[in-house]
Design a protein around this ligand. Structure first.
Ligand SMILES: *Cc1c(COP(=O)(O)O)cnc(C)c1O
Length: 342
């Protein structure tokens, strides 16, 4: 049997393990969505093309709606990409450590996973990209920026270089892009095999909704539409996405609050006996210097603080990842960590 995606959902007081937003979306969003429930034709199938939602997303990013594909979380976006462009006899390139679902989905659809490493500081290593691409000719190459779990952003120069190397599609997973200084969306056009994926789960405070999308050339979107199940995106979810886009300012406000809080948490962490990676996302990767990662993870859990244990991931010996929460949650984490390291 294949191992599934593993992220324990433990009952704790402080949940900082899955990079969700600690803030709920605005009450006015919930009210507007509740009103929308009464307007849905529940006896009819949803708009198969999710057109109105795509129009709104296209406006947000200054692209055409035909360049937008929407699905049940960006995980389903990635799955449909793999079903369409990868599969048996084709390979998918990933550079570990990175988001585990890229390789997981590739394997599930029967692709070979061409696994590359990273530089010692966990940044993307262009020589390694060259090696993997030349050896495996991947149908899909993944770059995650900011990268989960390191939090590091790839520069525009790096993404352009990788684009010049890949024989197939380059998929830049931007689940955390609103926390970062630039976006690869600016590089998407009809003549470039570049796909940028986004999600409502993190910056939009809507993990419960399961909604994600990509921006790509129209010819990519047209292929995906042939593969995805008909009516996969229900009417309520389409409405939730449209209504969320009426609250862009509030989303940006939450993001800047979290960026400020991230600065505070990192400043506290660097004073502790841990190694800390610079983050452009809503999480921070760190490694206790003198103590075992598993032991620290358990000590935090004993204080009812759940963080992500990355210590068995490739290249992340002893590392833990904390999602930035509310000030109170982060203080609980920092207190528990001090105790664990004392
Ligand atoms: C959380 C995450 C996702 C998953 O997003 P969903 O839209 O919730 O499926 C995708 N990519 C990365 C890098 C993530 O961290």
């Amino acid at each position: 049997m294949r191992e599934g995606y593993h992220s324990p959902q433990v009952d704790v007081e402080v949940r900082l393990n899955t990079n969700e937003s600690p803030f709920a979306p605005p009450a006015a969003f919930v009210d507007a969505l509740a009103a929308e429930v009464g307007r849905i034709d529940w006896h009819r199938y949803p708009d198969r093309a999710a057109w109105d939602l795509r129009v709104r997303l296209a406006e947000l990013h200054g692209v055409a709606p035909e360049q937008v594909f929407v699905a049940n979380g960006s995980n389903e976006v990635l799955q449909v990409l793999s079903l369409t462009y990868a599969g048996p006899g084709r390979s998918v390139a990933v550079f570990e450590p990175t988001y585990a679902m890229h390789a997981q989905i590739a394997k599930i659809v029967g692709s070979e996973v061409a696994e590359g490493g990273r530089a010692a500081d966990l940044s993307l290593d262009l020589d390694e990209v060259r090696r993997v691409v030349a050896e495996h000719q991947p149908a899909i190459t993944y770059v995650c920026s900011p990268n989960n779990p390191t939090g590091m952003v790839e520069t525009e120069e790096t993404v352009r270089e990788v684009l010049g190397l890949v024989p197939g599609l380059l998929v830049v997973d931007e689940a955390y892009a609103q926390f970062a200084p630039w976006s690869a969306l600016s590089l998407v056009d009809e003549d470039t095999p570049l796909v940028v994926t986004r999600t409502f789960s993190k910056t939009w405070s809507m993990a419960a909704a399961r909604l994600g999308y990509l921006v790509a050339p129209t010819w990519v979107v047209a292929e995906l539409e042939k593969v995805v199940l008909p009516y996969h995106l229900d009417s309520l979810k389409q409405a939730a996405g449209r209504i969320a886009l009426d609250f862009v300012g509030e989303m940006e406000q939450r993001v800047s609050t979290l960026v400020e809080e991230r600065g505070r948490v990192v400043a506290e962490l660097v004073d502790l006996p841990v190694e800390v990676w610079p983050s452009s996302a809503n999480f921070v990767l760190f490694r206790p210097i003198a103590r075992d990662g598993d032991a620290v993870w358990q000590a935090l859990l004993d204080e009812s603080v759940l963080v992500r244990n990355c210590s068995s991931w490739p290249g992340l010996d002893g590392c833990l990842r904390i999602t930035i929460g509310t000030t109170d949650e982060d203080d609980r984490f920092l207190a528990a960590l001090r105790k664990a390291l004392a």
